[in-house]
Design a protein around this ligand. Structure first.
Ligand code: SF4
Length: 337
């Protein structure tokens, strides 16, 4: 069996940096983790074992971390404690509260996420109606929204198409001829209802989805400004996994159930070939590989190398014991993401 890794799989730059900062901080003493530092249970467990105490007040995120004991609010963190802010960012309000409580803040927010915060703020300040393409309630999206209080979150083009319905009243040419000024004509015509729409996205969205949302609102404002805020990791990771999925019999996507980018990778690959989304090698089933010649492996941005290597080891063992052959492992050249 040929086992091939996607050209960019596993820990991205932002997650690597956040995990490193977390452990370096915990080397100095215990600290609170405001939000899941990264979306991977094994990685989070290691940080907790090192002395981190989890705090989660976002209902979306809290529903996905039931296996960890956690505090429910920043109010429960004693004043003066050290607090690590998660890689995918926090709200303006959370930062302000942490400062009020005189917490020692170690901000591990990924620079790509910070860039979206800044872009959303500029659009809001310049009076754009901000639209965020992302998952409702996701902590990263809530963080972005806090920088543009007028923002509307849409997950897809269908939701976007329902925004800002146009005026339904129509005028005849004769009625328009009665208008005294150009402005009156424009007002009477069913022109777009908004002047300016500004679009940003959650960093882990797919290009296709953001483009579809932009097209869905194109006729709803005179100006539609779209910022590409999808991070480098996604530009490499998703196309890499999808390209591989067109060549293999079975695709495995490794990553946490609460990881949005892993979910999107799995969905995109499933459009090409049989795809299984797993959190770890423990979930692999021998029947998935009967008569399979070529297996592809992709992984989310918060999936550690150990999880990927565990899956490869399981497949090699399966090949040896069932097919009585040595697997051929293909690892593409390293791609920085
Ligand atoms: S997925 Fe992108 S935005 Fe998120 S932590 Fe990684 S590099 Fe940063």
């Amino acid at each position: 069996m040929k086992i091939e890794l996607a050209r960019a799989a596993g820990f991205c730059f932002g997650v690597k940096r956040s995990v490193k900062l977390s452990h370096e901080t915990l080397d100095q003493g215990p600290a609170f983790l405001y939000g899941m530092p990264v979306h991977n249970q094994r990685v989070v467990q290691k940080i907790i074992d090192h002395g981190g105490k989890l705090v989660e007040d976002n209902p979306y995120a809290a529903s996905k971390i039931s296996r960890f004991t956690h505090l429910n609010s920043m109010d429960e963190i004693p004043a003066g404690s050290t607090v690590l802010m998660r890689a995918h960012g926090v709200t303006v309000q959370a930062l302000e509260k942490a400062k009020e409580k005189e917490l020692k803040i170690v901000d591990t927010t990924c620079p790509f996420v910070t860039m979206v915060h800044k872009t959303a703020k500029v659009l809001f300040d310049e009076k754009y109606q901000v639209i965020i393409v992302g998952e409702h309630g996701h902590p990263e999206v809530e963080g972005i929204k806090s920088y543009a209080p007028n923002a509307i979150v849409v997950e897809n083009a269908e939701e976007a198409s329902k925004l800002f319905p146009r005026k339904t009243q129509y005028y005849t040419n004769d009625e328009l001829m009665k208008a005294k000024t150009d402005a009156e004509v424009v007002e009477k015509l069913h022109y777009p209802v908004l002047t300016k729409i500004g679009i940003v996205s959650q960093t882990t969205q797919s290009n296709d989805n953001v483009q579809a949302v932009a097209m869905a609102v194109m006729g709803k404002a005179r100006e539609v400004r779209v910022y590409n805020t999808i991070c480098n990791a996604m530009h490499e990771m998703q196309p890499g996994a999808v390209q591989l999925s067109t060549q293999v019999n079975v695709m495995l996507i490794i990553g946490g159930r609460n990881s949005g980018n892993t979910k999107r990778q799995a969905e995109l690959c499933a459009q090409q070939t049989k795809t299984h989304w797993i959190e770890s090698a423990d979930e692999l089933k021998p029947e998935w590989f009967t008569n399979v010649k070529h297996v592809g492996i992709g992984a989310g941005a918060s999936t550690p190398d150990e999880d990927i290597e565990d899956v490869i080891a399981w497949l090699k063992k399966y090949d040896k014991e069932t097919n009585h052959v040595e697997s051929e492992i293909i690892r593409p050249a390293y791609v920085v993401h």
